[in-house]
Design a protein around this ligand. Structure first.
Ligand code: SF4
Ligand code: SF4
Length: 412
């Protein structure tokens, strides 16, 4: 009997008493909660509390305190647990390293398993799509229409189309993520344009499937595990040396999967790949010949899944890259690392809360005077863009992968 089978056996025997045993990794999370000293620092930094107030979202301290006092009664936190965006700011400021985002995931998983009636109804659609298609977004029914939409976007952005590559001998696996695969197709295409420009030996998956992060955030650990195992099988079969993504959530989740399932290869965001594998010097040489030499004033948004769940260094790389692009002037806003409200699946059931979080940042974005905001994540791009638009702002938003690809000269 392996560890998982033993866990299922023990769980089955305790089910009648409604006692739920912990997996070893869950025990670590619960232990971290028990060290909470109730200082309240986290509340002052939580973007959801700042946006909607403690009456609507009682905040990270309440999650820590309620859970530590009554571990089996996870459902007592159900009214607030789904409003956390998982930004990780509370964990960053906590003097006791309480891992609130993981606590939230753990509670959501317990609610999903034992009190499905408390799971927000807004999750039902994405659950169906995940189960049916192994993707977080419904795939296009008509592939010709999908290609037409892609081509229209590329034409508008002035990007060339690079044929999809699928081989089983490539050194790099390019994984654009569900959103870029089915919605923000320009990000997927821009990633290919960059890799192709630098003659990188890359491949796409033969069939795209979700990394499992959305299922995990919903609390559906079974689906999340299935998708993670599917991904692991594909990565190991391909034998690539590195996974490159253009999505912040995929970067952090695939890095976790790589560690957990012992892939033996790293996952990096394309920005890291550009700086560490291609180099800023080479990029500067190339960009000297960029057809886009016009002056553009930009500001930047740091995705939580990169700076707080992976590494802050990735956004240092982003700034270094922007400095190599001709005519680009960067002004950082006071809200550069504030959550955009797009995380934690909050927008699926409480769009007003997700939007209230990003609206907190709009004034700081406007204060920079920048004409454009760039960010290396299609989810953050969509969330900020729609809210700037609703606010009547003239600030445009670009995914940073697209912004870079647009400035590459024609390939010789
Ligand atoms: S900052 Fe950490 S120790 Fe302080 S209340 Fe929040 S979770 Fe508890
Ligand atoms: S992860 Fe972010 S949204 Fe969730 S409780 Fe912590 S600070 Fe608030």
């Amino acid at each position: 009997m392996n560890e998982d089978e033993a866990y299922e056996y023990v769980k089955g025997t305790l089910k009648k008493e409604r006692i739920v045993p912990y997996q070893p990794y869950e025990l670590e999370v619960v232990k971290s909660v028990e060290s909470c000293i109730n200082c309240g620092l986290c509340i002052n930094h939580c973007p959801v509390v700042a946006a909607v107030g403690l009456n609507r979202f009682s905040g990270p301290r309440s999650i820590a305190v309620e859970l530590s006092r009554s571990p089996p009664e996870f459902w007592s936190t159900a009214d607030t647990i789904y409003l956390c965006t998982g930004c990780g700011t509370c964990r960053e400021v906590c003097p006791k390293n309480v891992d609130i985002p993981e606590v939230v995931n753990l509670i959501r998983a317990r609610i999903f398993e034992h009190r499905p009636d408390l799971v927000p109804k807004g999750f039902s659609m994405i659950r169906e799509v995940l189960t049916e298609h192994n993707l977080a977004f419904e795939p296009w029914a008509d592939l010709e229409e999908k290609a037409e939409s892609r081509d229209m976007r590329l034409e508008k952005l002035g990007l060339p189309y690079v044929e999809d590559r699928r081989t089983d001998t490539a050194r790099v696996l390019f994984y654009p993520g569900c959103q870029a695969e089915e919605r923000a197709q320009e990000v997927r295409e821009a990633g290919k344009v960059i890799l192709d420009y630098f003659d990188i030996d890359y491949t796409l998956l033969d069939e795209m499937s979700c990394c499992g992060l959305p299922a995990k955030l919903i609390g559906d650990n079974k689906t999340s595990r299935l998708l993670a195992e599917k991904m692991t099988e594909k990565v190991k079969k391909l034998g690539a040396e590195i996974v490159v993504t253009t999505c912040a959530g995929c970067t952090s989740n695939l890095s976790d999967l790589s560690h957990h399932y012992e892939w033996g290869i790293p996952t990096v965001h394309l920005l890291e790949f550009l700086v560490e594998m291609i180099g800023l010097e080479r990029l500067r040489e190339v960009m000297d010949h960029s057809p886009r030499q016009e002056q553009v004033h930009v500001t930047v948004h740091d995705p939580c899944h990169l700076i707080r769940h992976t590494s802050r260094q990735i956004m240092d790389h982003a700034l270094d890259i922007l400095r190599q692009l001709p005519g680009v002037r960067v002004t950082e806003s006071n809200a550069i690392d504030s959550c955009c409200g797009g995380g934690g699946m909050v927008s699926y059931h409480s769009g007003d809360v997700a939007n209230a979080v990003v609206r907190e940042n709009l004034e700081a974005i406007h204060k920079t005077g920048a004409k454009k905001l760039v960010t290396p994540c299609p989810l953050c791009t969509a969330q900020i863009e729609s809210n700037l638009f609703k606010a009547g702002s003239s600030v445009e938003v670009d995914d940073l992968t697209v912004f870079i690809a647009q400035r590459l000269p024609k390939k010789r």
